[in-house]
Design a protein around this ligand. Structure first.
Ligand code: NAD
Length: 370
Protein backbone atom coordinates (compact mmCIF):
# COMPACT_ATOMS: atom_id res chain seq x y z
CA UNK A 1 0.00 0.00 0.00
CA UNK A 2 1.29 3.46 -0.93
CA UNK A 3 2.21 5.74 1.96
CA UNK A 4 1.26 9.35 1.53
CA UNK A 5 2.63 11.75 4.11
CA UNK A 6 0.35 14.69 4.83
CA UNK A 7 1.03 17.45 7.33
CA UNK A 8 -2.10 19.14 8.67
CA UNK A 9 -1.65 22.72 9.90
CA UNK A 10 -5.18 23.82 10.85
CA UNK A 11 -4.07 27.19 12.32
CA UNK A 12 -6.49 29.60 13.97
CA UNK A 13 -10.15 30.66 13.96
CA UNK A 14 -12.23 28.56 11.57
CA UNK A 15 -9.09 26.77 10.29
CA UNK A 16 -9.47 23.79 12.68
CA UNK A 17 -13.25 23.60 12.09
CA UNK A 18 -12.78 23.36 8.31
CA UNK A 19 -9.84 20.96 8.64
CA UNK A 20 -11.93 18.56 10.75
CA UNK A 21 -14.21 18.02 7.74
CA UNK A 22 -11.24 17.10 5.52
CA UNK A 23 -10.05 14.67 8.20
CA UNK A 24 -13.38 12.83 7.95
CA UNK A 25 -12.81 12.37 4.22
CA UNK A 26 -9.21 11.24 4.70
CA UNK A 27 -10.30 8.70 7.34
CA UNK A 28 -12.89 7.30 4.92
CA UNK A 29 -10.37 7.10 2.06
CA UNK A 30 -7.89 5.25 4.25
CA UNK A 31 -10.43 2.70 5.45
CA UNK A 32 -12.54 2.20 2.33
CA UNK A 33 -10.00 2.81 -0.43
CA UNK A 34 -6.65 1.92 1.19
CA UNK A 35 -5.42 5.40 0.33
CA UNK A 36 -2.54 5.13 2.81
CA UNK A 37 -2.54 8.69 4.09
CA UNK A 38 -0.26 9.06 7.10
CA UNK A 39 -1.14 12.21 9.01
CA UNK A 40 1.14 14.45 11.00
CA UNK A 41 -0.19 17.49 12.80
CA UNK A 42 1.37 20.82 13.66
CA UNK A 43 0.68 24.35 14.82
CA UNK A 44 0.89 27.53 12.79
CA UNK A 45 -0.02 31.17 13.32
CA UNK A 46 -1.49 32.31 16.62
CA UNK A 47 -1.85 28.77 17.94
CA UNK A 48 1.90 28.21 17.38
CA UNK A 49 2.66 31.54 19.08
CA UNK A 50 0.61 30.54 22.13
CA UNK A 51 2.41 27.20 22.39
CA UNK A 52 5.97 28.08 21.31
CA UNK A 53 6.24 31.88 21.02
CA UNK A 54 6.83 31.68 17.25
CA UNK A 55 4.55 31.58 14.18
CA UNK A 56 5.77 28.08 13.32
CA UNK A 57 8.22 25.95 15.30
CA UNK A 58 11.40 24.46 13.81
CA UNK A 59 9.94 21.00 14.49
CA UNK A 60 6.81 21.74 12.47
CA UNK A 61 8.91 23.33 9.70
CA UNK A 62 10.92 20.10 9.52
CA UNK A 63 7.67 18.12 9.26
CA UNK A 64 6.54 20.39 6.41
CA UNK A 65 9.80 19.88 4.53
CA UNK A 66 9.50 16.10 4.93
CA UNK A 67 5.81 15.81 3.99
CA UNK A 68 4.50 14.91 0.52
CA UNK A 69 2.03 17.77 0.94
CA UNK A 70 0.90 20.29 3.54
CA UNK A 71 -2.75 21.14 4.18
CA UNK A 72 -3.05 24.59 5.72
CA UNK A 73 -6.20 26.04 7.31
CA UNK A 74 -5.98 29.76 8.12
CA UNK A 75 -4.11 32.00 10.54
CA UNK A 76 -4.66 35.24 12.42
CA UNK A 77 -7.02 37.05 14.73
CA UNK A 78 -7.38 40.04 17.06
CA UNK A 79 -5.89 38.06 19.94
CA UNK A 80 -2.44 38.28 18.29
CA UNK A 81 -2.73 41.86 17.01
CA UNK A 82 -0.05 43.08 19.44
CA UNK A 83 2.60 40.33 19.05
CA UNK A 84 6.02 41.31 17.63
CA UNK A 85 6.05 41.69 13.81
CA UNK A 86 8.41 38.76 13.14
CA UNK A 87 6.22 36.29 15.03
CA UNK A 88 2.83 37.58 13.82
CA UNK A 89 0.56 34.74 12.62
CA UNK A 90 1.08 35.45 8.86
CA UNK A 91 4.83 34.99 9.34
CA UNK A 92 4.18 31.23 9.65
CA UNK A 93 2.68 31.06 6.17
CA UNK A 94 5.41 33.27 4.69
CA UNK A 95 8.10 31.06 6.23
CA UNK A 96 6.47 27.93 4.77
CA UNK A 97 6.27 29.54 1.31
CA UNK A 98 9.87 30.71 1.49
CA UNK A 99 11.53 27.58 2.87
CA UNK A 100 9.50 25.24 0.63
CA UNK A 101 10.24 27.58 -2.34
CA UNK A 102 6.62 27.61 -3.42
CA UNK A 103 6.88 29.78 -6.53
CA UNK A 104 3.68 28.75 -8.29
CA UNK A 105 0.32 29.76 -6.83
CA UNK A 106 -2.68 28.06 -8.40
CA UNK A 107 -6.03 29.78 -7.91
CA UNK A 108 -8.93 28.06 -9.66
CA UNK A 109 -12.14 30.04 -10.12
CA UNK A 110 -14.98 27.59 -10.53
CA UNK A 111 -18.60 28.64 -10.52
CA UNK A 112 -20.86 25.80 -9.48
CA UNK A 113 -24.10 26.03 -11.48
CA UNK A 114 -26.12 25.99 -8.25
CA UNK A 115 -24.36 29.16 -7.09
CA UNK A 116 -24.43 31.14 -10.35
CA UNK A 117 -26.98 33.48 -8.77
CA UNK A 118 -24.61 34.48 -5.93
CA UNK A 119 -22.11 36.11 -8.31
CA UNK A 120 -22.18 39.87 -8.83
CA UNK A 121 -22.21 39.14 -12.58
CA UNK A 122 -25.16 37.82 -14.58
CA UNK A 123 -25.63 34.04 -14.16
CA UNK A 124 -25.06 33.30 -17.88
CA UNK A 125 -21.64 35.01 -17.68
CA UNK A 126 -20.39 32.82 -14.82
CA UNK A 127 -22.42 29.60 -14.81
CA UNK A 128 -20.09 26.65 -15.38
CA UNK A 129 -17.00 28.86 -15.22
CA UNK A 130 -13.77 26.88 -14.73
CA UNK A 131 -10.55 28.86 -15.05
CA UNK A 132 -7.17 28.58 -13.37
CA UNK A 133 -4.91 31.51 -12.53
CA UNK A 134 -1.24 30.63 -12.15
CA UNK A 135 0.51 33.40 -10.24
CA UNK A 136 4.27 33.72 -9.73
CA UNK A 137 4.60 33.86 -5.95
CA UNK A 138 8.21 34.38 -4.89
CA UNK A 139 9.53 37.14 -7.19
CA UNK A 140 8.58 40.48 -8.71
CA UNK A 141 7.82 43.77 -7.06
CA UNK A 142 6.91 42.40 -3.62
CA UNK A 143 10.46 41.14 -3.11
CA UNK A 144 12.66 43.15 -5.54
CA UNK A 145 15.45 45.40 -4.16
CA UNK A 146 15.84 48.32 -3.71
CA UNK A 147 12.70 48.71 -1.67
CA UNK A 148 12.98 51.99 0.19
CA UNK A 149 11.39 55.21 1.40
CA UNK A 150 13.92 58.07 1.29
CA UNK A 151 13.50 61.51 2.83
CA UNK A 152 14.43 63.99 0.10
CA UNK A 153 14.97 66.76 2.65
CA UNK A 154 12.62 69.21 0.93
CA UNK A 155 9.48 68.12 2.67
CA UNK A 156 9.10 65.28 0.16
CA UNK A 157 9.76 61.57 0.45
CA UNK A 158 10.43 59.09 -2.35
CA UNK A 159 9.22 55.48 -2.26
CA UNK A 160 10.81 52.85 -4.47
CA UNK A 161 9.73 49.29 -5.16
CA UNK A 162 11.54 47.21 -7.74
CA UNK A 163 9.84 44.92 -10.24
CA UNK A 164 12.48 42.35 -11.13
CA UNK A 165 12.33 38.98 -12.92
CA UNK A 166 15.09 36.69 -14.16
CA UNK A 167 14.64 34.37 -17.14
CA UNK A 168 14.56 31.20 -15.00
CA UNK A 169 11.71 32.53 -12.87
CA UNK A 170 9.54 33.20 -15.91
CA UNK A 171 10.50 29.89 -17.53
CA UNK A 172 9.55 27.79 -14.52
CA UNK A 173 6.20 29.50 -13.85
CA UNK A 174 5.19 29.35 -17.51
CA UNK A 175 6.18 25.66 -17.64
CA UNK A 176 3.79 25.01 -14.72
CA UNK A 177 1.01 26.83 -16.58
CA UNK A 178 1.60 24.91 -19.82
CA UNK A 179 1.76 21.56 -18.00
CA UNK A 180 -1.52 22.28 -16.20
CA UNK A 181 -3.18 23.44 -19.43
CA UNK A 182 -2.40 20.04 -20.95
CA UNK A 183 -4.56 18.42 -18.25
CA UNK A 184 -7.41 20.89 -18.98
CA UNK A 185 -8.50 22.61 -22.21
CA UNK A 186 -4.91 23.14 -23.41
CA UNK A 187 -4.93 26.95 -23.57
CA UNK A 188 -2.72 29.47 -21.79
CA UNK A 189 -3.13 33.25 -21.79
CA UNK A 190 -0.08 35.12 -20.47
CA UNK A 191 -0.70 38.57 -18.97
CA UNK A 192 1.87 41.35 -18.50
CA UNK A 193 2.42 45.02 -19.39
CA UNK A 194 5.11 44.89 -22.10
CA UNK A 195 3.85 48.24 -23.44
CA UNK A 196 5.16 50.11 -20.37
CA UNK A 197 7.39 47.73 -18.36
CA UNK A 198 10.73 46.12 -19.26
CA UNK A 199 9.84 43.20 -17.00
CA UNK A 200 6.75 42.79 -19.21
CA UNK A 201 8.91 42.69 -22.36
CA UNK A 202 11.09 39.94 -20.89
CA UNK A 203 8.05 38.11 -19.48
CA UNK A 204 6.39 37.93 -22.91
CA UNK A 205 9.64 36.92 -24.65
CA UNK A 206 10.44 34.11 -22.20
CA UNK A 207 6.88 32.74 -22.12
CA UNK A 208 6.90 32.63 -25.94
CA UNK A 209 10.34 30.96 -26.04
CA UNK A 210 9.32 28.35 -23.42
CA UNK A 211 6.22 27.66 -25.47
CA UNK A 212 8.17 27.19 -28.72
CA UNK A 213 10.79 24.98 -27.12
CA UNK A 214 8.68 22.65 -24.98
CA UNK A 215 4.95 23.26 -25.21
CA UNK A 216 4.12 24.06 -28.87
CA UNK A 217 1.06 21.75 -28.62
CA UNK A 218 -0.60 24.15 -26.13
CA UNK A 219 -2.49 27.16 -27.51
CA UNK A 220 -0.79 30.36 -26.24
CA UNK A 221 -2.12 33.92 -26.31
CA UNK A 222 -0.81 37.15 -24.75
CA UNK A 223 -2.87 39.94 -23.22
CA UNK A 224 -2.01 43.19 -21.45
CA UNK A 225 -2.85 42.72 -17.76
CA UNK A 226 -5.26 45.67 -17.63
CA UNK A 227 -7.17 44.36 -20.64
CA UNK A 228 -7.08 40.95 -18.96
CA UNK A 229 -8.83 42.43 -15.92
CA UNK A 230 -11.56 43.81 -18.15
CA UNK A 231 -11.97 40.55 -20.06
CA UNK A 232 -12.20 38.63 -16.79
CA UNK A 233 -15.36 40.49 -15.82
CA UNK A 234 -16.71 40.82 -19.39
CA UNK A 235 -16.52 37.17 -20.52
CA UNK A 236 -14.42 35.04 -18.15
CA UNK A 237 -15.30 31.78 -19.89
CA UNK A 238 -12.94 32.72 -22.78
CA UNK A 239 -9.99 31.68 -20.53
CA UNK A 240 -8.61 28.32 -19.52
CA UNK A 241 -5.25 28.93 -17.75
CA UNK A 242 -3.94 32.46 -17.10
CA UNK A 243 -0.28 32.88 -16.18
CA UNK A 244 0.95 36.13 -14.73
CA UNK A 245 3.43 37.71 -12.31
CA UNK A 246 3.15 38.21 -8.57
CA UNK A 247 1.57 41.69 -8.57
CA UNK A 248 -0.89 41.26 -11.44
CA UNK A 249 -1.67 37.75 -10.22
CA UNK A 250 -2.54 39.05 -6.77
CA UNK A 251 -5.17 41.36 -8.24
CA UNK A 252 -6.44 39.24 -11.12
CA UNK A 253 -6.93 36.18 -8.91
CA UNK A 254 -9.02 38.22 -6.46
CA UNK A 255 -11.12 39.57 -9.35
CA UNK A 256 -11.61 36.03 -10.62
CA UNK A 257 -12.47 34.88 -7.10
CA UNK A 258 -15.38 37.25 -6.83
CA UNK A 259 -16.88 35.89 -10.04
CA UNK A 260 -17.71 32.75 -8.15
CA UNK A 261 -19.71 34.11 -5.23
CA UNK A 262 -18.28 33.30 -1.83
CA UNK A 263 -14.89 33.27 -0.15
CA UNK A 264 -15.87 30.07 1.61
CA UNK A 265 -15.77 28.20 -1.73
CA UNK A 266 -12.29 29.02 -3.00
CA UNK A 267 -9.32 26.64 -2.81
CA UNK A 268 -5.68 27.26 -3.74
CA UNK A 269 -2.41 25.42 -4.15
CA UNK A 270 1.20 26.58 -4.00
CA UNK A 271 3.81 24.40 -5.68
CA UNK A 272 7.61 24.30 -5.69
CA UNK A 273 10.09 22.98 -8.23
CA UNK A 274 10.18 19.23 -8.95
CA UNK A 275 12.80 17.42 -6.84
CA UNK A 276 15.81 16.46 -9.03
CA UNK A 277 15.70 12.81 -7.83
CA UNK A 278 12.03 12.02 -7.23
CA UNK A 279 10.31 14.51 -9.55
CA UNK A 280 7.92 15.37 -6.68
CA UNK A 281 7.07 18.99 -6.01
CA UNK A 282 6.81 20.46 -2.53
CA UNK A 283 3.24 21.65 -2.14
CA UNK A 284 0.92 23.49 0.21
CA UNK A 285 -2.87 23.58 -0.16
CA UNK A 286 -5.04 26.17 1.54
CA UNK A 287 -8.40 27.88 1.25
CA UNK A 288 -8.27 31.48 0.00
CA UNK A 289 -10.23 32.73 3.01
CA UNK A 290 -8.74 33.76 6.34
CA UNK A 291 -9.48 32.66 9.89
CA UNK A 292 -12.88 34.47 9.97
CA UNK A 293 -12.75 35.37 13.70
CA UNK A 294 -16.27 36.81 13.42
CA UNK A 295 -17.76 33.33 13.04
CA UNK A 296 -15.08 31.11 14.61
CA UNK A 297 -16.27 28.56 17.15
CA UNK A 298 -19.90 28.74 16.08
CA UNK A 299 -19.88 25.71 13.77
CA UNK A 300 -21.24 27.71 10.85
CA UNK A 301 -18.12 28.13 8.64
CA UNK A 302 -18.24 26.79 5.12
CA UNK A 303 -15.73 23.90 4.86
CA UNK A 304 -15.97 23.63 1.03
CA UNK A 305 -12.87 25.78 0.28
CA UNK A 306 -10.84 23.53 2.58
CA UNK A 307 -12.32 20.34 1.10
CA UNK A 308 -11.73 21.64 -2.46
CA UNK A 309 -8.12 22.43 -1.44
CA UNK A 310 -7.77 18.76 -0.44
CA UNK A 311 -9.19 17.79 -3.88
CA UNK A 312 -6.40 19.87 -5.46
CA UNK A 313 -3.92 18.04 -3.23
CA UNK A 314 -5.22 14.67 -4.46
CA UNK A 315 -4.87 15.84 -8.06
CA UNK A 316 -1.51 17.64 -8.00
CA UNK A 317 0.50 15.94 -5.24
CA UNK A 318 -0.74 12.37 -5.49
CA UNK A 319 -1.99 12.00 -9.07
CA UNK A 320 -5.31 10.74 -7.65
CA UNK A 321 -7.28 12.31 -10.48
CA UNK A 322 -10.34 10.04 -10.25
CA UNK A 323 -10.68 10.69 -6.51
CA UNK A 324 -10.20 14.45 -7.01
CA UNK A 325 -12.86 14.49 -9.74
CA UNK A 326 -15.22 12.52 -7.50
CA UNK A 327 -14.71 14.86 -4.54
CA UNK A 328 -15.33 17.94 -6.72
CA UNK A 329 -18.46 16.26 -8.16
CA UNK A 330 -19.61 15.50 -4.61
CA UNK A 331 -19.36 19.20 -3.71
CA UNK A 332 -21.37 20.18 -6.81
CA UNK A 333 -24.00 17.53 -6.06
CA UNK A 334 -24.48 18.71 -2.47
CA UNK A 335 -25.00 22.26 -3.74
CA UNK A 336 -27.44 20.95 -6.36
CA UNK A 337 -29.41 19.41 -3.49
CA UNK A 338 -29.84 22.89 -2.00
CA UNK A 339 -27.61 22.28 1.01
CA UNK A 340 -25.97 25.51 2.14
CA UNK A 341 -23.87 26.92 4.97
CA UNK A 342 -24.92 30.39 6.15
CA UNK A 343 -22.48 32.29 3.88
CA UNK A 344 -24.06 30.90 0.68
CA UNK A 345 -27.62 30.56 2.00
CA UNK A 346 -30.52 31.73 -0.18
CA UNK A 347 -34.32 31.39 -0.17
CA UNK A 348 -35.70 27.88 -0.30
CA UNK A 349 -32.37 26.20 0.50
CA UNK A 350 -31.49 24.12 3.57
CA UNK A 351 -29.12 25.81 6.00
CA UNK A 352 -26.63 23.45 7.67
CA UNK A 353 -23.65 23.58 10.03
CA UNK A 354 -19.98 23.09 9.14
CA UNK A 355 -20.15 19.47 10.27
CA UNK A 356 -23.36 18.71 8.38
CA UNK A 357 -21.89 20.19 5.19
CA UNK A 358 -18.79 18.01 5.58
CA UNK A 359 -20.98 14.95 6.21
CA UNK A 360 -23.10 15.73 3.14
CA UNK A 361 -20.03 15.99 0.89
CA UNK A 362 -18.64 12.74 2.28
CA UNK A 363 -21.98 10.96 1.79
CA UNK A 364 -22.07 12.09 -1.87
CA UNK A 365 -18.44 11.05 -2.32
CA UNK A 366 -19.31 7.58 -1.01
CA UNK A 367 -22.38 7.39 -3.27
CA UNK A 368 -20.30 8.39 -6.30
CA UNK A 369 -17.73 5.72 -5.41
CA UNK A 370 -20.32 2.92 -5.26
P1 NAD B 1 -11.59 36.35 6.25
O1 NAD B 1 -11.42 35.62 4.97
O2 NAD B 1 -11.15 35.62 7.45
O3 NAD B 1 -13.12 36.76 6.42
C1 NAD B 1 -13.79 37.67 5.58
C2 NAD B 1 -15.32 37.48 5.71
O4 NAD B 1 -15.68 36.26 5.04
C3 NAD B 1 -15.77 37.32 7.16
O5 NAD B 1 -17.02 37.92 7.32
C4 NAD B 1 -15.89 35.84 7.35
O6 NAD B 1 -16.85 35.45 8.30
C5 NAD B 1 -16.29 35.37 5.95
N1 NAD B 1 -15.74 34.02 5.66
C6 NAD B 1 -14.45 33.72 5.35
N2 NAD B 1 -14.31 32.40 5.19
C7 NAD B 1 -15.51 31.86 5.41
C8 NAD B 1 -15.99 30.51 5.41
N3 NAD B 1 -15.19 29.47 5.15
N4 NAD B 1 -17.29 30.31 5.70
C9 NAD B 1 -18.11 31.34 5.95
N5 NAD B 1 -17.73 32.63 5.97
C10 NAD B 1 -16.43 32.89 5.70
O7 NAD B 1 -10.78 37.71 6.10
P2 NAD B 1 -10.57 38.88 7.18
O8 NAD B 1 -11.77 39.04 8.02
O9 NAD B 1 -10.04 40.00 6.39
O10 NAD B 1 -9.37 38.36 8.09
C11 NAD B 1 -9.55 37.69 9.32
C12 NAD B 1 -8.19 37.17 9.80
O11 NAD B 1 -7.70 36.20 8.87
C13 NAD B 1 -7.13 38.26 9.89
O12 NAD B 1 -6.33 38.00 11.01
C14 NAD B 1 -6.33 38.10 8.60
O13 NAD B 1 -5.01 38.54 8.73
C15 NAD B 1 -6.39 36.59 8.44
N6 NAD B 1 -6.20 36.09 7.06
C16 NAD B 1 -5.49 34.94 6.95
C17 NAD B 1 -5.33 34.36 5.71
C18 NAD B 1 -4.59 33.07 5.65
O14 NAD B 1 -4.46 32.41 6.65
N7 NAD B 1 -4.13 32.64 4.49
C19 NAD B 1 -5.91 34.94 4.57
C20 NAD B 1 -6.66 36.12 4.73
C21 NAD B 1 -6.80 36.68 5.99
Amino acid sequence: MATRKLLLLPGDGIGPEAMAEVEKIIAHMNVAEGAGFVLERGLVGGSAFDAHGVAISEGDMAKAMAADAVLFGAVGGEKWAGVPYEVRPEAGLLRLRKDMELFANLRPAICYPALANSSSLRPEVVEGLDILIVRELTGGVYFGEPKTITDLGNGQKRAVDTQVYDTYEIERISAVAFELARTRRNEVCSMEKHNVMKSGVLWKEVVAATHRARFADVKLSHMLADAGGMQLVRWPKQFDVIVTDNLFGDMLSDVAAMLTGSLGMLPSASLGAPDAKTGKRKALYEPVHGSAPDIAGQGIANPIAMIASFAMCLRYSFGMVAEADRLEKAIAAVLDDGIRTADIMSDGMTKVSTGAMGDAVLAKYKALSA
